[in-house]
Each structure stands twice: as structure tokens, then as C-alpha cells.
Design a protein around this ligand. Structure first.
Ligand SMILES: Cc1cc2nc3c(=O)[nH]c(=O)nc-3n(C[C@H](O)[C@H](O)[C@H](O)COP(=O)(O)OP(=O)(O)OC[C@H]3O[C@@H](n4cnc5c(N)ncnc54)[C@H](O)[C@@H]3O)c2cc1C
Length: 293
């Protein structure tokens, strides 16, 4: 059996120092808030070769900045600091997603980078960022140097919600959000995604109402440890609709959505699909009510 002892911990202060560590360590374990890492069943004992890189001292990763075209959120910004610093500038859908994390202790620990890079399961941040067309700056360590690329958050995962970035070591440095958001934004979480992943659902939706037409519709749904659902076909179908949508059509579209969900993701339960259908249907009814009032 492999000997166990405390892992070696590195604490770089800049991205330059981080790149030196990537040079020296073959598979560094990046540590952000630690909530996912500490909750894993294999957290203790560490293998003796484990080398942890704590990102907590890199100030560059803790910044939030805004230009007239976008907001950049550093990977080490925590849920609670983003909620307090970004109250006036963040889209409501992201504030709802941040607010859905109930425990104050985890809110203070969970970082945006850790949520987006959690390897197995999509939760509040990724679900909301997917409909905001957010981009992630990923620096991959390739042939002895970092190469940076902007990747849309909704392309980072497979249909189960697992991170697709492969085996090459990488660091997510920031998330970029454009400033054009739909005037109808909703985020819904039902049940606790950690304690009851078998029944929990997370749904995000945004759209723009252009007089009586619905445009720029975005929709995502996550089922912890089971599925991450996007449907460009549904978004295109909805983006052509006139408001109000006839109640029969609302009903048909919502059942088609649930059918497509079950077809694409065998792992989710009928109960989760029906829950998602009802939430989705309520968004369309709400849009109708707002149009008529
Ligand atoms: C008790 C508990 C309650 C929770 N409640 C909620 C909830 O209500 N809602 C919700 O959405 N989520 C919840 N979570 C899940 C939480 O969002 C994830 O655990 C998330 O990954 C935590 O981020 P972190 O900063 O703690 O990441 P860490 O645990 O430090 O890291 C997560 C993973 O990402 C990698 N990583 C971290 N930062 C980077 C980076 N910058 N670049 C590359 N890789 C990186 C790490 O190596 C690791 O693999 C909860 C978790 C726990 C344990």
C-alpha cells in the first residue's frame, strides 16, 4: 500500500509563480474553496505524491472588473463576495443562482472557478452561466507554457455534466459575461442538489421580449450527477414565437421539451423530467401574463 502522509502544499502569489509550479509538478491538484475536494470519499488519506496548489493567495484571481462591454469575474471570487460586490452589476439570474446556495459557510468558501471546474456534476453557477453565454478563460499547460483560450461555459461539459477539459493541466482564470441580458430571467432550484440529487433540478431561462415577439431564448437544466441539458433546437423554436403563446401550444411545447429531455438523458427520472416540464411551463405562462398585463 502507498505510504500516506501530509501532501505538499504550494501557495503561489501570481500567475507567473503558478506557471513555474506547472513546470515542476506533473499533476498539480488545484485547490480553490475546497468544498468539493474535502467532500470526496478519497480525500483522506492523500497519496504521498499529492501536490496541492492553493490558489487562495493569487490576488489577480480575486478581482471583479467591468468595462462598458463586459464583466470579468476572477476564478477565486467566492459566492458571498460576488453577491455583495456585484449586487448592482450582475444579471438577476446569476444573483438568484448565487442566492440558492443556502449555507452561509459554504457561500463564503465556494468559488466561481471551483464551481465551473468541479469535474463531475453541474450545479447553480454552471446552469446560470450557460444561459448567459458566459465565456471561461482557460490557460492550458502545453509543451512547457500556458496557452490561453476563451471557451463558452456551455461547451465545457458533456451531456452528463462532466468537465470535458481532458488530462492536460489547466487553470481557469476568469469568467466573462457580456452586458446584454434578456428582460425575462428566471433561475429555479428545487430540492437540495447535494443531499437529494435524485430529485433535485436546477433550471435557468432567459429571453428578450421584443414588442410581441420572443427573441434570444436561452434554456438550460441540470440534474446533479446525472445530466446537463441544453437544447438549441428548443431555443430556436421558442425564439420564433409571438406572445401571448396559446395555452394549447404552451402545453404541447412543454411536453415536447420533457420528451426530448428523457430521450437525451436516460439517467434522469420521470419525476425530474415532469418537475422540469412544470417549471418550464410556468415560465411560458408568466411571459403570457406579463404580455397581457
Ligand atoms: C456542503 C456542500 C454544499 C454545497 N452546496 C451547494 C449549493 O447549494 N449549490 C451549488 O451550486 N453547489 C453547492 N455545492 C457544490 C460546490 O459548488 C462545488 O463543491 C464546487 O466545486 C465548489 O467550489 P470550490 O471553490 O469549493 O472548489 P474546490 O473544491 O476547491 O475545487 C473543485 C474542483 O475544481 C478544481 N478547480 C478549482 N478552481 C480551479 C481553477 N481556477 N482552475 C481549474 N480547476 C480548478 C479543483 O481542482 C477541483 O477539482 C456544495 C458543496 C458542498 C460540499
Amino acid at each position: 500500500m502507498e505510504a500516506t502522509r501530509s501532501p505538499m502544499i504550494h501557495q503561489p502569489r501570481t500567475l507567473g509563480e503558478l506557471s513555474l509550479l506547472f513546470q515542476r509538478i506533473e499533476h498539480p491538484l488545484l485547490w480553490a474553496g475546497g468544498t468539493y475536494l474535502m467532500s470526496r470519499s478519497d480525500f483522506y488519506p492523500f497519496p504521498s505524491k499529492a501536490q496541492i496548489v492553493d490558489l487562495g493567495r493569487i490576488e489577480e484571481l480575486k478581482r471583479i472588473s467591468r468595462t462598458d462591454r463586459h464583466i470579468d469575474i476572477g476564478a477565486m471570487v467566492t459566492t458571498s463576495s460576488l453577491l455583495s460586490a456585484g449586487k448592482l452589476v450582475l444579471p438577476s439570474i446569476l444573483k438568484s443562482a448565487l442566492g440558492s446556495i443556502i449555507s452561509h459557510i459554504t457561500r463564503r468558501q465556494i468559488t466561481i472557478g471551483g464551481s465551473v471546474c468541479e469535474p463531475e456534476s453541474r450545479m447553480a453557477f454552471s446552469t446560470a452561466l450557460a444561459v448567459l453565454d458566459a465565456q471561461a478563460e482557460i490557460r492550458k499547460w502545453d509543451e512547457g507554457r500556458f496557452t490561453a483560450a476563451w471557451i463558452p461555459v456551455n461547451r465545457l461539459y458533456d451531456k452528463r455534466g462532466a468537465l470535458l477539459l481532458g488530462k492536460t493541466p489547466f487553470v481557469l482564470t476568469k469568467i466573462r459575461l457580456g452586458l446584454e441580458w434578456g428582460d425575462f430571467q428566471r433561475f429555479v432550484l428545487i430540492d437540495n442538489p447535494i443531499r437529494t440529487p435524485d430529485t433535485a433540478i436546477l433550471v435557468a431561462f432567459q429571453a428578450t421580449r421584443n414588442q410581441t415577439a420572443l427573441t434570444k431564448v436561452r434554456f438550460s437544466a441540470s440534474f446533479p450527477k446525472r445530466a446537463f441539458h441544453l437544447s438549441p433546437e428548443l431555443e430556436n423554436q421558442l425564439s420564433l414565437l409571438n406572445l401571448p403563446i396559446h395555452p394549447d401550444r404552451v402545453n404541447t411545447i412543454s411536453y415536447e421539451m420533457a420528451h426530448d429531455l428523457m430521450n437525451r438523458h436516460e439517467s434522469i427520472t420521470e419525476f425530474q423530467a415532469e418537475r422540469t416540464r412544470r417549471v418550464f411551463e410556468s415560465f411560458l405562462h408568466e411571459l403570457n401574463i406579463q404580455t397581457l398585463s
